[in-house]
Design a protein around this ligand. Structure first.
Ligand code: F6R
Length: 253
């Protein structure tokens, strides 16, 4: 795992956008995996800037989002569908037919998961996956558990995630209890991964991600066995002054 500690949110966003842009320039028909939430908002803003000012071309790019709340229609302001169009897709020259987000209002969630997984396989997998991390160590909506699902599936959100994500809703009761998410294997099969983490509340899960231990109760820790992960991380969480030997983390957490 390549670790890049960064000292401002703007710099983190610029770096992530630069990596994504570089990959698009190398391979215009790239397949990108996208995350939502607070963390990548600045990266989307930067990518829109690169499109407007530097003509970064999204016309051949295909995207797959990691997850979507079950029960929310694309028009719902808290759906990930809405987020992606508001913050990114509406502002660049991506083709509608190349955008994939699990359908939160599907009548048949199990079939929707199968179709979604099949679409990713059909195109040859994800070239570059952008990830955030939950306070409980989830990636996508793969919540801590004894068993993790490999493929795209329906998941019951943990109380911790419901609480964390309630900041986007009027109240706790409005937060959907279930979601569709890519599975851990879907994510791990991505050729390249950028994991972004900003804010001290991400310190605990991030230290576990780089600890050298892999545990299903910190799903993001599986990323340690992937051979091409860049961790773009808040310097307050990971800096040479607070950390000298990542292998000593387990004792310190
Ligand atoms: C969102 C997603 C989640 C978030 C994570 C962090 O599509 O897959 O794993 O990346 O919950 O969310 P923020 O960035 O809001 O702290």
């Amino acid at each position: 795992m390549e670790i890049k500690p960064i000292n401002s949110y703007n710099k983190m966003s610029k770096l992530a956008a630069k990596i994504v842009a570089g990959q698009i320039i190398n391979k215009p028909k790239i397949v990108l995996g996208f995350a939502t939430g607070s963390t990548p908002l600045g990266m989307y803003r930067e990518l829109v800037e690169l499109y407007k000012k530097s003509r970064l071309d999204f016309s051949k790019v295909t995207t797959f989002n990691l997850d979507e709340y079950l029960g929310l229609s694309p028009e719902h302001p808290q759906s990930y569908h809405y987020y992606m169009y508001e913050n990114f897709f509406n502002h660049v020259n991506i083709e509608e037919k190349n955008i994939h987000i699990p359908k939160g209002d599907t009548k048949n969630p199990v079939q929707e998961c199968r179709n979604y997984e099949r679409e990713i396989e059909k195109i040859g997998g994800i070239d570059l996956q952008v990830l955030g991390i939950g306070v409980n160590g989830h990636v996508g909506f793969n919540e801590p558990n004894i068993n993790l699902e490999a493929r795209t599936h329906v998941i019951q959100l943990s109380n911790e995630t419901i609480r964390a994500n309630s900041r986007f809703f009027k109240n706790l009761d409005e937060v959907p209890r279930k979601a569709i998410t890519m599975g851990m294997a879907t994510i791990m099969k991505s050729k390249k991964i950028i994991l972004m983490a900003w804010g001290v509340e991400k310190k605990k899960p991030i230290l576990k991600v780089i600890s050298g231990h892999i545990a299903t109760d910190v799903p993001a820790s599986l990323l340690q066995v992937h051979n091409d992960v860049i961790l773009v991380v808040d310097k307050k969480i990971y800096s040479s002054s607070t950390v000298t030997d990542p292998l000593s983390y387990p004792d310190k957490i």
